[in-house]
Design a protein around this ligand. Structure first.
Ligand code: NAI
Length: 385
């Protein structure tokens, strides 16, 4: 696939618009389809404003880029596409139905990709007569700004589909990582403790939201604290992802959702979008101050970080991705200050294991079990890099 490939994008919501912007900026003709005409108009207006701003910075010619995008309500307009990337509602039945329909419109060689965050690619592909042409291409929000894209071949996906898709997204100057078709792929799996362990620390009464956020940003170097980030994502959205991942892992206690988040969501305290989440964003309300106790802060950071590292090690143990891709995914997809496996090397794997074992012994919960790979590497005196 090259610049002459026509790129189809289905769904003109936040993700679909972003993906269309990337492809058009890279010189492709793009067909952007949505069922809803109002959404298409909104998407067009938003893209025009973003592209005009980029033109003012001398980055591109806005009229030229927007001129390459055909906004359409008709899915049949995909007939000449070399690839179609689907970014519609996160519902398996709807996606399966759409993939079945798409296959009848496009040519035999067209790749059909899904931007799903949480559904299995195998189940989407199973709706097609030629499932070897179906693949997961998972962008992060906002797609034009976040460098990472996870490429997820299903068991049915052909080598050719995988190679062509990865090459295309690499050509779009994105950082691609290859992930196994398992719940949460890399990022949404490995990042779970960033939220879950922070909530647990709060529930145990060890520290309040502001102090936990302070520890993670000031002492840990994370760009945003977990509670600030959950308020940003929306507690409703973040809670649903956690619940979905938990169920998809056959209720592995490591991914157990939290009542605190559930209640916040039930109360309508979604975060920034509703004016209140863990913090109150109403005008004139002062933000709570953290307790800047370095010893406490270090304990909080250590506990969350050890759980994150354990998740990353376990993802490697189960061959979800290579060690390089696991570290790239977390630095390029969610802006972690360091790759978790490299960070583990720096701390010392023996130290990581000791801390996890001490939590496992104290709580007696499966949630804190160290990954077998961590034990093995400590026993053999190995490092990741
Ligand atoms: P959105 O709700 O902003 O947009 C979805 C769009 O699809 C809507 O405009 C809707 O009118 C349209 N649509 C629904 N059914 C359709 C159909 N049958 N044919 C044509 N258009 C249809 O959703 P968003 O946030 O852009 O997410 C889209 C997909 O991307 C989902 O699968 C989501 O899980 C995934 N995703 C979302 C991320 C995020 O942070 N929002 C990040 C990465 C992936």
């Amino acid at each position: 696939m090259d610049k002459h490939t026509i790129v189809g994008v289905l769904g003109a919501g936040s993700m679909g618009s972003g993906i269309a912007q990337i492809a058009a900026t890279e010189g492709h003709q793009v067909v952007l389809v949505d069922l809803n005409n109002q959404v298409l108009n909104k998407s067009k207006a938003k893209l025009e404003s973003i592209l005009t701003r980029l033109e003012e910075k001398g980055k591109l010619n806005a009229a030229e880029v927007i001129g390459r995008i055909k906004f359409s309500e008709n899915i049949s307009d995909f007939f000449e596409c070399g690839i179609v990337i689907e970014a519609i509602v996160e519902n398996l039945e709807v996606k399966q139905h759409v993939f079945e329909e798409l296959e009848n419109i496009v040519s035999d060689t067209c790749i059909l990709a899904s931007n799903t965050s949480s559904l299995s690619i195998a189940s989407i592909a199973s709706a097609c007569q030629n499932p070897e042409k179906v693949i997961g291409i998972h962008f992060f929000n906002p797609a034009p700004l976040m460098p990472l894209v996870e490429i997820i071949p299903a068991v049915q996906t052909s080598e050719k589909t995988k190679e062509l898709s990865r090459k295309l997204i690499d050509d779009w100057k994105k950082v691609t990582v290859l992930a196994k078709d398992t719940p949460g792929f890399i990022v949404n799996r490995v990042a779970r403790p960033f939220y879950g362990e922070a909530l647990r620390i709060y529930e145990e009464g060890i520290a309040d939201f502001a102090t936990i956020d302070w520890a993670m940003t000031e002492l840990g170097g994370f760009r945003m604290g977990p509670f600030t980030l959950m308020d940003y994502i929306g507690n409703d959205v973040n809670y649903t992802v956690t619940e979905t991942v938990f169920a998809a892992f056959y209720y592995d206690p490591r991914y157990k959702p939290s009542f605190t988040q559930k209640r916040h969501s039930e109360a309508g305290w979604y975060g920034r979008k509703s004016g209140r989440g863990y913090y109150n964003y109403a005008e004139g309300v002062e933000m709570p101050q953290p307790t800047k106790d370095e010893i406490l802060g270090k304990q909080i950071l250590d506990r969350i970080l050890m759980m994150l590292i354990n998740e990353a090690v376990d993802a490697l143990f189960l061959n979800i991705a290579t060690k390089e891709d696991i570290d790239l995914a977390m630095t390029k997809g969610v802006n972690y200050p360091k790759g978790l496996l490299a960070w583990a090397d720096e701390i010392g794997l023996k130290n990581v294991l000791t801390k996890l074992e001490s939590m496992f012994n104290e709580y007696g919960e499966d949630r804190y079990r160290p990954s077998p790979l961590l034990r093995r590497m400590v026993r053999d005196g190995k490092k990741f890099f």
